[in-house]
Design a protein around this ligand. Structure first.
Ligand code: FES
Length: 414
């Protein structure tokens, strides 16, 4: 593919983000207002830090877009390039912040000029080069079970129901199913591939790179709308299983948005799924709830040749570096590093289930809302079930066991 005019070699179907970071191109876009460098944080399509223009289409996520031969990838919201952006002068000129509502309102001439410039600069990305293609036909699934989420819990639940003869469809929004298994050195990519293959072998219809965009109860007892790369789908099911896992989140410390501050799960994904060591001197900022996960990641990074330091969140007072992180400041002094991995408890991805009326409760560790289930995995809504991290963080191995258990309970429910 071509990245900002230069040729980049990549593995087929590798994400553009992984190929970029492997070739040392780390800043792909700039923030809207101050033009601060922006880059990857989550590597799972949920932070919007990696937006690029791909083949003339703006605002696509590099971490969820596969490399293809000849693909043209450009950074955006920058001039002349994301790495060297002259518009970054805004950040320098307005180092104490800029209130654009009152910018140059003292003089009507200057105000008109300021409005003109601001209108030119506003918006994220430029309009697509080509008109959108005609919308394709809308596909339809009528199944016994619809599983939303293709991580350990979702794959285990779907293969359990399919093996018992239930017509099952699985919806997953990632480039490849496997979810947190592809990020955790204790489980690993091989097991993710095995679970994925097993799910297909049992007869599950897998919709990969597909997002559940809304549930509409008024349509024929309820329909799930799904956006897939090739078309939209309407899914009707007798049972629904939410296995959407959790979102990686950042931790609160000064300058936590500096490029080079990545989610620990993203650092794990790069290593486990792509074989990429994202930094040689890695600081892991952690909370007590993630201690075991951090230990596993630290061991894997050390085994791959990185120098790893673990820092409790309470000790962090700031970060340093302009284009990329160079150090982290702690209460005990400065630690030089070229990567910060933030290990926070994932926040349950419960929006879809909430749309179906399922009760949720605040997850105090993660700061999001987890789905409430009974011992069998039933939610408060009839025929709607949930398993895995969306019911509270468990980790990949426990989530897979939970998915298999809830899948069996769905089968038993008929
Ligand atoms: S959306 Fe791509 S890194 Fe977060």
């Amino acid at each position: 593919m071509r990245l900002s005019g230069s040729s980049v070699r990549a593995y087929a179907d590798e994400s553009i983000a992984a190929a970029s970071i492997a070739c040392g191109s780390r800043v792909l876009s700039r923030s809207l207002k101050y033009h601060r460098p922006r880059t990857f944080f989550c590597f799972e399509g949920h932070c919007s830090g990696c937006l690029v223009r791909l083949g003339g289409v703006p605002n696509l996520r590099a971490c969820q877009s596969p490399c293809t031969p000849g693909a043209e990838v450009e950074g955006q919201n920058a001039f002349p390039s994301a790495e060297i952006d002259l518009l970054g002068a805004v950040d320098f000129l307005f180092s104490r912040g800029m209130d654009h509502h009152t910018l140059m309102t003292g003089s009507s001439v200057l105000n008109k000029l300021a409005n003109k410039v601001v209108r030119q600069l506003s918006g994220l990305g430029k309009l697509p080069t080509h008109a959108a293609a005609e919308l394709p036909e809308v596909g339809r699934f009528d199944v016994d079970v619809c599983v939303i989420g293709g991580g350990p819990a979702g794959l285990a639940a779907a293969s359990t129901t399919a093996r018992a003869g239930r017509r099952t469809v699985l919806v997953d929004d990632q480039l490849r199913p496997g979810g947190s298994m592809r990020t955790d050195p204790r489980v690993g990519r091989a097991l993710a591939e095995h679970y994925g293959a097993e799910t297909v072998r049992t007869g599950v219809a897998v919709l990969a790179r597909s997002t559940a965009i809304g549930f509409f109860p008024e349509d024929d007892g309820g329909v799930l709308a799904v956006s897939a790369p090739d078309r939209l789908y309407r899914i009707y099911a007798r049972h629904w299983i939410w296995a959407t896992g959790g979102y990686v989140v950042n931790l609160p410390f000064p300058d936590n948005d500096r490029p080079g501050v990545l989610a620990a799960r993203a650092v794990g994904r790069l290593l486990v799924d792509h074989g990429i060591l994202a930094g040689e001197r890695v600081c892991i900022v952690e909370t007590p709830a993630m201690e075991q996960d951090v230990t596993a990641l630290a061991q894997a990074l050390t085994g791959a040749g990185a120098d790893v330091t673990r820092v409790p969140l309470a000790d962090v007072v700031g970060t340093r570096g302009r284009g990329w992180i160079t150090a982290i400041d702690t209460k005990r002094g400065k630690l030089d590093c070229d990567l910060v991995a933030v290990a926070a408890t994932p926040a349950p991805a419960s929006e879809g289930a909430r749309q179906q009326g399922c009760s949720v409760v605040l997850d105090e560790h993660a700061g999001g809302f987890k789905i409430v289930t009974d011992d069998a995995g039933r939610t408060s809504t009839a025929n709607v079930w949930a398993c895995g991290d969306v019911t509270g963080y468990q980790g990949p191995a426990a989530a897979a066991a939970d998915g298999a258990r809830v899948g069996a309970n769905v089968v038993e429910a008929g």
